[in-house]
Design a protein around this ligand. Structure first.
Ligand SMILES: [Zn+2]
Length: 489
């Protein structure tokens, strides 16, 4: 923490009263609205491109764009002296606070039901906003509903991040796959999600998507295609990690026991935990180099598998008490019919293998980052004991555990997400002219990434498209919604 922010923090209470007496309505009154001109005063700025914090600065927002970043003398900032500084309709006191680009959640699923039970869509969208997430890339949900949520979010009617819809497609014939891509393009998809496809179908879809100008996210499963196909066809991003160690196996295919059945969720996740140890390290290096050259991003989604290395911890997270919606709780119950709810007979041995699996996997992601590969941040919440938003802040921590410095972790969550979306000219940075998607954090997140988790309360404002959202209020609304759903059971 810089000496200026310490000073700012110590003066915080008295100056807050001054700004009230200046007659300006409290910024909280603007929750859910987009002022014509907002200024965040005297904050430290983390740009999102990996460069260190700078400031104090006044961040000027006009409508939905960042209109300027004005350096402020530390003494003037500490005193809250607003003379000769940009004026605004709404002011946010930024002293002792850090401003970051809004986070991009590259692996999201918009969900309004779990285990056949309803759940309001604001449950996930508000949790995302409260976690600083201003953009999601949805990689599979109810298309008709998601299209409406995308529109309502863009219009500022639904409190939600920006929504990019990468629609999954089921095709078993190459020509049918290509035709579906063209139809989906007409229906307004933002990109394509690939999963579980035959190689010939995968190829035709990739070509059709390129011709239509659609990016591709590939959940590279344990299947016919692996990372070599993504390298050859220049897939935009590999989701999770399967397909990367597969491409580095010396034998074609993992050594499964005779009774293994990929359709059985327990088999699937148990043996996934024994996959990385079979990858040949020299061949893995070549796979990673291939991904780098082909411009394939890696969206590792560490947090969604974490229950595999410590199931009881995952099942008893303290914030479940206030934030776990009963429909989601029902889905989490061990049940092989629900994807990812495989803890029907989870053993010590499974956890031991998964801990090793994580070590090799994290080292591979770290190596890819060292080479210059694009690593992104995705969550995949709604499965395996992960609540929306909480899964994302945990992902940041796990990327630090993989060996990345916090500044690099934040770059993955911001600029790199924008790169994967092809929107690096307007998203993912705190930069004049960029869209006003910002997070205002009380204290320094580089010192402790936990500050970014909802239950730690560090995020004060999430600004999406110039709309101000007071994060504690969103969190309160979600707690109320959960309490109400529990009463209605
Ligand atoms: Zn997913």
């Amino acid at each position: 923490m810089s000496p200026w922010s310490v000073l700012g923090a110590s003066l915080f209470c008295c100056v807050a009263i001054q700004s009230d007496s200046a007659g300006q309505p409290a910024a909280e009154a603007w929750h859910g609205k987009r002022p014509a001109r907002t200024v965040i005063r005297g904050a430290l700025v983390i740009e999102g491109n990996g460069t260190p914090a700078t400031g104090p600065k006044d961040i000027v927002i006009e409508g939905n764009r960042i209109a300027g970043l004005v350096s402020v003398l530390p003494e003037a900032a500490a005193k809250g002296d607003a003379r000769n500084r940009p004026q605004a309709d709404v002011e946010i006191d930024g002293r002792g606070k850090y401003v970051l680009p809004g986070f991009i959640n590259l692996h999201a699923h918009l969900q309004d039901e779990r285990a056949g039970r309803p759940m309001p869509i604001d449950y996930c969208t508000k949790l995302w906003l409260a976690s600083g997430i201003t953009t999601i890339r949805d990689v599979g949900s109810n298309w008709e509903k998601a299209k409406q949520w995308r529109e309502r979010s863009a219009a500022g009617e639904l409190a939600a991040p920006r929504i990019f819809l990468y629609r999954g497609l089921a095709a078993t014939e190459p020509a049918a796959g290509a035709a579906l891509v063209r139809r989906y393009k007409e229906e307004g998809v933002d990109g394509i999600k690939l999963f579980g496809l035959y190689r010939d179908v995968f190829r035709e879809i990739a070509k059709a998507a390129d011709a239509a100008g659609l990016r591709r996210a590939h959940h590279t499963g344990v299947e016919e295609t692996d990372a070599w196909d993504d390298i050859e066809l220049k897939t935009t991003s590999i989701e999770h990690w399967y397909g990367i160690p597969d491409a580095a196996l010396l034998e074609r295919g993992q050594r499964f026991p005779p009774a293994y059945n990929y359709s059985n969720e327990l088999d699937r996740f148990r043996w996934a935990g024994r996959l990385w140890r079979e990858a040949d390290s020299a061949r893995l290096e070549k796979v990673l180099e291939g991904m780098l050259k082909a411009g394939v991003a890696w969206d590792p989604t560490f947090s969604i598998y974490e229950a595999s290395r410590d199931a009881e911890k995952a099942q008893n997270q303290p914030y479940f008490r206030d934030y776990l919606h009963p429909s989601l709780a029902a889905f989490f119950e061990p049940n092989l019919a629900n994807h990812g709810s495989y803890f029907t007979n989870w053993t010590t041995e499974d956890e031991v293998y998964w801990k090793e699996n994580y070590r090799i996997w994290m080292a591979a992601v770290k190596r890819f980052g060292e080479m210059g590969g694009v690593i992104t941040t995705g969550e995949d919440a709604g499965f395996i004991y992960r609540i929306y938003g909480f899964g994302y802040s945990r992902e940041l921590e796990l990327q630090q555990e993989a060996g990345f410095a916090p500044l690099a972790v934040l770059k993955h969550a911001t600029l790199n997400g924008a790169i994967a979306l092809g929107r690096q000219g307007e998203l993912g940075r705190v930069r004049t002219g960029w869209l006003a998607d910002l997070v205002v954090v009380n204290g320094n997140p580089l010192e402790n990434l936990k500050r970014l988790a909802i239950h730690h309360g560090g995020i004060e404002w999430t600004i999406k498209d110039g709309i101000l959202y007071h994060a504690p209020r969103l969190a309160r609304e979600v707690r109320a919604l959960v309490a109400e759903a529990r009463r209605g059971r």
